[in-house]
Design a protein around this ligand. Structure first.
Ligand code: ADP
Ligand code: ZN
Ligand code: ZN
Length: 758
């Protein structure tokens, strides 16, 4: 029977109308309409035309049938949501909290169709013999343009339209005349936008010895066999591959995917950031050719649309990309791989604040696929799941390349350096080693976990700190010492020219504190004027291909030293790098965040993993003011298990994930006193619901940064062992808020097991 009514979600992100509305389906649409389609409908009293998504069908009217409005049309220009992705959206909304439309939009990174590219060409329709006769004929008539075109076509038969109208300068009327005489045709063909640039796939000279197919070593083969044997037996487990840096996890991924793709199934490979695309795609292309494509926010809308179309039509089998690639509309998904699974970029920062790992496991479950997580430093949460037997643990203990072993790590206590009178950013040891590598023509990476030139700027006479007038943060200096020096706010974008004197005491003694990549770069250049230095950070990688360019240059040996933020330490594989310097290891350590030790440990281990990946022995220097902290000590020893033991005890003692679940109720308002009042009220109400399940409530309190863009921020924390209890608290809160006028202007969002501090 054909559906008569449709339940429709209106495309407005507003909590108050976060429900479905029933519409009548006109007869002429009944055969065509499907769940997940976008439609136009009249909405509200004024019947203004809105778009909405069909989420369900029904046969009986909810109320008086004559009063139910009709769907106007199916929007053909919109992308349809696949059924399984609709289900995934429901899971996301329930588990993380958001409006339905936000959840639908999450699983649908591409919303509108984008017209395909067309390639036009001109084709000769007659034989060579006939063409020669035509040329003779046209020459007699003095039709020079026709002669010119036919002479070009006589050998090639087909030439690009652009050549015809461009270089050959043939007018439209000439083309029409020839088409009319059936001598030529002008053909159009659609094609996909190509998103993988040439230098991404071409080998740079340094790595020629690696062009033959890599054969897995014994350790790698054992891992591959375990997974595939399970797979063939019909098991669909979640695996955690813990492999030291350089152990060759990528080859394991490739081998497993190859088997799965051979069964006409598809694979999604998530990488934590765009900067890693270059390296990964290159290696996947070697094995899978143009069956691999990529997806990320730097691609144009049209490019993204085309990649999803290719995926849907089965023209590609492997999709590589960050978090959102998880929603690639593959019809026969076999495996989802999450590389560097511990990275916090896998958690969405806007509602729904979903974690790609959990959603991947759900999507895999729904489609009969499985998930493989990989990391040298698994997240404490995942490792705990493995210890508990929920994930299957696989390990790679050795580096893949014969002779390549883990680098030697030295920890330098910067307090001691200071005592010895060294006030520069380099310890004596690091400076000496850089000099040594420059002489040996080996490469160096210097890592700093901060962007920009300096930290805050203050007056040395009175202590005044330049702050953002809209946010509760200090301004950051850019282009210090240059005529275009400015102070800017990293939160709201507020910017001023760098003042020359203090607005409080009019002193001219204003200086920047802290350290940024730009400063390190300048310092390196002044100490080692002969060195060629590249810098890679958010400022130098704004353009589309900037990452590939910089990494390509460094891989090609066009620079001796690469200075950068964390984007240089993750996953890259440069065989000539034999020294990694961590300029200030502590910068992330004392953040007000239960994951800060873990983040520091990860970064240091990854940084250490960059050195000595070829046949040359690597060295790492970690500069720190807290050499005795367990995350520095265990990172220096590259001992994950020692770190995990310490961290686990700490989390357990303070009752943090994975030992409990946390739900943050985040509240924002432009009136601080009102916000305090509302947050106190909400706490009392939630507290009453939580009593029977012994939900712990902490707060409400101000967020660490209490004001951003003139909006005040407060938080309430809820803790419970049972995630579902917290989901229930969220659902009760959502339902309650819908009924209360006074909360309507206050912005409220949920965050489960946050990966950053509030
Ligand atoms: P990981 O991701 O585990 O840090 P990679 O996958 O980047 O490590 O591999 C490190 C290096 O070892 C790469 O240069 C890779 O080409 C090489 N490699 C990996 N497996 C093998 C193998 N079986 N034989 C030869 N080289 C290998
Ligand atoms: Zn002052
Ligand atoms: Zn600001």
């Amino acid at each position: 029977m054909l559906p008569r009514f449709a339940d429709i979600i209106i495309d407005i992100s507003h909590e108050a109308i976060d429900r479905t509305f029933q519409y009548k389906i006109p007869e002429e649409l009944q055969r065509r309409i499907r769940i997940g389609m976008q439609v136009s409908i009249p909405f509200g009293r004024g019947n203004s035309i809105r778009t909405g998504y069909v989420v369900a069908f029904s046969d009986t009217p909810e109320f008086d049938e004559d009063k139910i409005k009709e769907i106007l049309e199916i929007r053909n220009s919109a992308v349809e949501i696949e059924g399984s992705l609709m289900e995934l959206a429901a899971f996301i909304k329930e588990r993380y909290g958001s409006t339905t439309i936000q959840a639908l939009k999450t699983v649908m990174p591409i919303k509108e169709k984008v017209k395909g590219l067309v390639y036009k060409e001109v084709r000769l329709l007659v034989t060579r013999q006939e063409a020669l006769q035509y040329i003779e004929l046209y020459q007699r008539k003095n039709a020079k343009a026709k002669v010119r075109l036919l002479k070009e076509l006589i050998d090639d038969k087909v030439i690009p339209y652009s050549l015809v109208t461009g270089k050959l300068n043939i007018s439209n009327s000439t083309l029409h005349a020839l088409q009319h005489d059936m001598v030529i045709s002008v053909d159009e063909e659609g094609y996909y936008r190509d998103v993988i640039s040439k230098d991404m796939v071409e080998d740079n000279g340094l790595q020629t010895e690696q062009t033959q197919k890599e054969i897995p070593n014994e350790e790698q083969q054992a891992v591959i066999d375990t997974v595939l044997t399970d797979y063939e037996a019909g098991n669909r487990d979640t695996y955690l591959l813990k492999g030291v840096t350089g152990s060759g996890k990528t080859l394991v991924y490739i081998e497993i995917i190859e088997r799965i793709v051979a069964e006409r199934k598809q694979a999604i490979v998530l990488i934590p950031e765009i900067a890693l695309t270059y390296q990964t795609v290159k290696r996947f292309r070697k094995r899978f050719g143009d069956k691999v494509t990529i997806m990320n926010s730097k691609l144009s809308k049209g490019e993204r649309y085309d990649q999803f179309e290719k995926a849907k039509n089965g023209e590609v089998s492997v999709m590589i990309g960050p978090r959102s690639a998880l929603f690639t509309p593959f019809r026969n998904l076999g495996i989802i791989i999450i590389d560097e699974e511990h990275e916090t970029t896998y958690k969405s920062e806007t509602p729904p604040k979903y974690h790609a790992r959990e959603v991947a496991i759900e999507r895999a479950r729904m489609s009969g696929a499985f998930v493989l997580l990989g990391s040298a430093t698994p997240s404490v949460e995942s490792y705990y799941q493995a210890q508990e037997g929920k994930y299957k643990l696989l390990t790679l203990k050795n580096r893949a390349i014969a002779d390549a072993c883990l680098a030697d790590v030295t920890v330098v206590d910067m307090r001691e350096e200071l005592k010895l009178g060294n006030r520069t950013i380099f310890s004596a040891r690091l400076k000496e080693l850089i000099q040594d590598r420059l002489e040996k023509k080996q490469q160096v990476m210097l890592f700093l976990n901060r962007r920009g030139f300096a930290g805050f700027v203050s007056c040395r006479s009175c202590g005044h700190v330049f702050k953002c007038p809209h946010c509760d943060v200090s301004l950051t200096e850019h282009f210090a010492g240059k005529p275009n020096a400015k102070l800017s706010c990293h939160y709201c974008g507020y910017e001023i020219k760098r003042p020359m004197e203090c607005p409080e005491c009019h002193s001219k003694m204003i200086a920047g504190f802290g350290l940024g990549t730009q400063k390190v770069e300048e310092y390196v250049k002044s100490v080692f004027p002969q060195a060629r230095v590249l810098r890679m950070d958010a400022d130098t990688t704004k353009n589309k291909d900037a990452h590939e360019k910089l990494l390509g240059q460094f891989a090609n040996g066009e620079a001796d030293i690469l200075v950068g933020t964390q984007m240089i330490v993750k996953g890259h594989d440069f065989t000539n790098v034999t020294l990694v310097g961590v300029i200030a290891a502590d910068l992330t350590m004392f953040e007000n965040d239960f994951k800060s030790s873990e983040k520091t440990f990860d970064l240091l281990t990854q940084a250490a993993g960059r050195a000595g990946r070829g046949n040359l022995r690597g060295e790492v220097v970690i500069q720190t003011y807290a050499p005795d902290h367990y995350c520095i000590e265990t990172a220096a020893a590259q001992d994950y298990d020692a770190f995990y033991a310490e961290e686990k005890a700490y989390r357990k003692m303070l009752s943090y994930p994975p030992f409990t679940n946390v739900m943050v109720v985040y509240m924002e308002d432009d009136d601080y006193n009102e916000l305090v009042r509302l947050s106190e009220n909400l706490k009392v109400i939630i507290g009453a619901w939580g009593v029977s399940d012994e939900v712990d409530i902490i707060g409400p309190c101000d967020a660490t940064i209490v004001k951003i863009s003139d909006r005040y921020r407060r938080v309430i924390y809820l803790k419970n062992k049972d995630y579902d209890v917290l989901v229930r608290m969220k659902n009760l809160t959502e339902a309650f808020l819908k009924t209360r006028e006074e909360f309507k202007k206050c912005y409220i969002a949920f965050d489960f097991n946050p990966t950053h501090s509030y």
